[in-house]
Design a protein around this ligand. Structure first.
Ligand code: ZN
Length: 119
């Protein structure tokens, strides 16, 4: 179990449970049904969280990004997590798909996220 306790989970229990779920599983989960209808682009979200986890991002920072993601509007561009946690809002740009991978790249910090396309 990851240690997410003690960070005031009551502020946003849903988002907390979400982050916990992703981190405990440690990878993409292939089920979209239980993620909630208000969640934008769950496959990309998984990849971004994996990146944050892989780069030893503090749980409270991961939580900040999770909260940001939950506030995304349908028409909004997807924010780069690296830039977001650095205090900047930068939008990820979609690159041409390569096979079953759809890369998203941040034009600001050049971080690239490879999102698998399952369906
Ligand atoms: Zn960035």
């Amino acid at each position: 179990m990851q240690q997410y306790m003690g960070n005031h989970p009551e502020q946003n229990p849903l988002a907390c449970r979400w982050a916990l779920n992703v981190c405990v599983r440690g990878g993409p989960v292939g089920t979209g049904a239980s993620l909630g209808d208000d969640m934008q682009n769950p496959p990309l979200f998984h990849v971004l969280l994996d990146h944050l986890e892989a780069t030893d991002t503090r749980p409270m920072d991961v939580q900040r990004f999770v909260d940001r993601w939950h506030r995304l509007k349908t028409h909004e561009a997807f924010p780069c997590p690296v830039c977001f946690l650095a205090g900047k809002e930068r939008s990820l740009a979609a690159l041409p798909a390569q096979g079953d991978v759809e890369p998203m790249k941040c034009p600001s910090c050049k971080t690239q996220f490879n999102v698998s396309i399952d369906e």
